[in-house]
Design a protein around this ligand. Structure first.
Ligand code: ATP
Ligand code: MG
Length: 218
């Protein structure tokens, strides 16, 4: 590469159900953006998340999850939101997300950001060999989960050393499941999710109906 040639744009990809997006997601993206000098982080709400197919009836409509993600990221000039997954029919697989973004951003270096819990299941992801060719992966710490890639070590042996990075980030013990449960019980979600998302949840009356995981909710 000539010394004058600008470096490839570095783009983070933060996939998630975002039902709702919360401050744990935002801190993860912000921290990885800083540590890897990313130019941008693209949040990609899933269409139909295949890991949650059994819970499909409890996943909020894609447009609500998309709009909450837009609201949560609007104030950060480095953050944007993609519709590639919600506009694709069928179940969402990370390999499709990365293929689509690769096609849209052929010259960029992609960094897929994933929490320690999702990293644990990476081998069950479809076409994981191809995944590592499409993006670098950044596994971030998450309270309650061990940040450990030893289960991937065998597969990573043949890959470049920068295929997977593990990163400790500020610990926020927040999950969307907990936010949904709190909202359904009438407990506050202020400061767990951005203010605009609190207001969107109230306006759209999300998470009001009792869920199977929240017995006894009135
Ligand atoms: P749910 O409880 O519905 O599964 P969630 O809080 O796990 O929601 P997801 O949308 O499933 O949120 O997660 C999207 C990505 O963000 C995943 O890679 C997940 O590991 C990561 N993530 C979620 N919450 C945190 C957190 N508090 N700290 C670090 N990473 C997180
Ligand atoms: Mg999750």
């Amino acid at each position: 590469m000539s010394p004058d040639r600008p470096r490839a744009r570095r783009i983070g990809v933060m996939g998630g159900t975002f039902d709702p997006i919360h401050n744990g997601h935002l801190v993860a993206a912000s921290e990885v953006a800083h540590r890897f000098s990313l130019d941008e982080v693209i949040f990609v709400p899933t269409g139909r998340p295949w890991q949650k197919i059994g819970e499909q009836e409890t996943v909020s409509p894609p447009e609500d999850r998309y709009l909450m993600t837009v609201i949560a990221t609007a104030s950060n000039p480095q953050f944007s939101v993609s519709r590639v997954d919600i506009d694709r029919d069928g179940d969402t697989y990370t390999v499709d997300t990365l293929r689509d973004l690769r096609a849209l951003l052929p010259d960029a270096q992609l960094y897929f950001i994933t929490g320690a819990d999702a990293l644990e299941s990476i081998l069950s992801w479809q076409d994981w060999e191809e995944l590592f060719g499409l993006a670098r992966f950044v596994g971030v710490s998450r309270p309650g989960y061990e940040l450990d890639a030893t289960h991937l070590a065998h597969h990573l042996e043949a890959m470049p050393s920068d295929t997977l990075h593990l990163l400790e980030i500020p610990a926020l013990a927040i999950s969307s499941t907990e936010c949904r449960t709190r909202a359904s019980l009438g407990r506050p979600v202020w400061y767990l999710v951005p203010d605009g998302v609190v207001q969107y949840i109230a306006k759209r009356k999300l998470y009001r109906a009792p869920r199977a995981s929240s017995p006894g909710v009135s």
